[in-house]
Design a protein around this ligand. Structure first.
Ligand SMILES: C/C=C/C(=O)SCCNC(=O)CCNC(=O)[C@H](O)C(C)(C)COP(=O)(O)OP(=O)(O)OC[C@H]1O[C@@H](n2cnc3c(N)ncnc32)[C@H](O)[C@@H]1OP(=O)(O)O
Length: 286
């Protein structure tokens, strides 16, 4: 098991209760901007939650007026100082850095449980990259989404341009990316980027926690199978995905869980499922 201690995180706060892991971006005074350590803490936290097997669903929300202002602007200032020297080596260093940043949000896609995001206010730049990698998105009426990168002279590079075209129409992605304009909550709901818009932060969190609780009440193996299949289907042909489904099912058809679901329904009680197992100790990445 990873030795990450949630209580020492600088940019996040984490609670796990009733099979729901709640990760909050916890720097509201700095608009939850993404400082360097955030990019390490988020994937490490998600992977630790995965290893612990206590949670069956992850909810990400944030404290304060804005969900997140994206990359902290000081990072760009620092990069201007750091990225000097021989061009090819400088380029290779940049390539590695972008891959590492991408890996932080890939963690939301590769984690076994669904990730729901609850957003308010500005969801800017890197924050759009981040929420595109989640399973489902919810927001308050005052939320707006901005592919800010274009406006500050760069191409978004951490997943928005790769994932957003799978979530909303191509023409709209292109308009949002080329113009860098804000997309408000109503438009985000209309185009299917968010599932639901809530009046305020309190009703948002209550509503998202209800959805999370429903997910957590199901067999974690059945739910992880859904996530695996939906992710795979996005990136493959229907024929390949059907074939994978058939092979998956030969190993993952969960007779005990099906029997438990049926017994629980008959006896009018909540079903009790075995958790997914932890990794073999000593095999986890640090
Ligand atoms: C790989 C990822 C790439 C990226 O993420 S690229 C995008 C980087 N992010 C930005 O360019 C964010 C630009 N900021 C904004 O659009 C707006 O701001 C907000 C919508 C986030 C908030 O607007 P409002 O509520 O009107 O506040 P305010 O007066 O604009 O800002 C309050 C203070 O917050 C600082 N701030 C805003 N964003 C950032 C940031 N990303 N990193 C560091 N500081 C930030 C401002 O400068 C200011 O500071 P002071 O009060 O000292 O004037």
């Amino acid at each position: 098991m990873s030795d990450l201690d949630f209580s020492t995180l600088e940019t996040l706060s984490v609670t796990i209760d009733q099979h729901i892991a709640h990760i909050q971006l916890s720097r509201p005074e700095a608009l939850n901007s993404m400082i360097p350590i955030f990019w390490h803490e988020l994937p490490a936290t998600v992977r630790k939650i995965d290893e612990q097997s206590a949670a069956r669903v992850i909810v990400i929300s944030s404290q304060g007026k804005h969900f997140s202002a994206g990359m902290d602007l000081s990072v760009f200032t620092q990069m201007g100082k750091d990225f000097v020297g021989e061009p090819a080596r400088r380029g290779e260093r940049m390539r590695r850095m972008v891959l590492e940043l991408q890996d932080s949000f890939n963690a939301l896609e590769s984690v076994r449980m669904p990730v729901l995001v609850a957003m308010q206010g500005g969801v800017i730049g890197g924050a759009v990259d981040m929420v595109c990698a989640a399973d489902s998105r919810y927001c308050t009426a005052d939320t707006f989404f901005t592919i800010k990168e274009t406006e500050i002279g760069m191409t978004a590079d951490v997943g928005t341009l790769q994932r957003l075209p799978h979530l909303i129409p191509q023409g709209l992605v292109r308009e949002l990316a080329y113009t860098g304009r804000n997309m408000g909550a109503v438009e985000a709901k209309e185009c299917g980027f968010v599932n639901q818009v809530f009046a305020d932060q309190q009703s948002l969190l209550e509503g998202v926690m209800k959805i999370a609780a429903k997910i957590a009440s199901h067999s974690p193996l059945a739910v992880t199978g859904c996530k695996e299949m939906i992710n795979y289907t996005r990136d493959h042909t229907v024929a390949d995905a059907l074939n994978y489904m058939a092979v998956w099912q030969t190993g993952m058809f969960q007779m005990p869980d099906i029997q438990e679901a049926m017994s629980a329904a008959k006896e009018q009680r909540k079903p009790v499922y075995e958790e997914l197992h932890n990794k073999i100790s000593g095999m986890q990445r640090k």
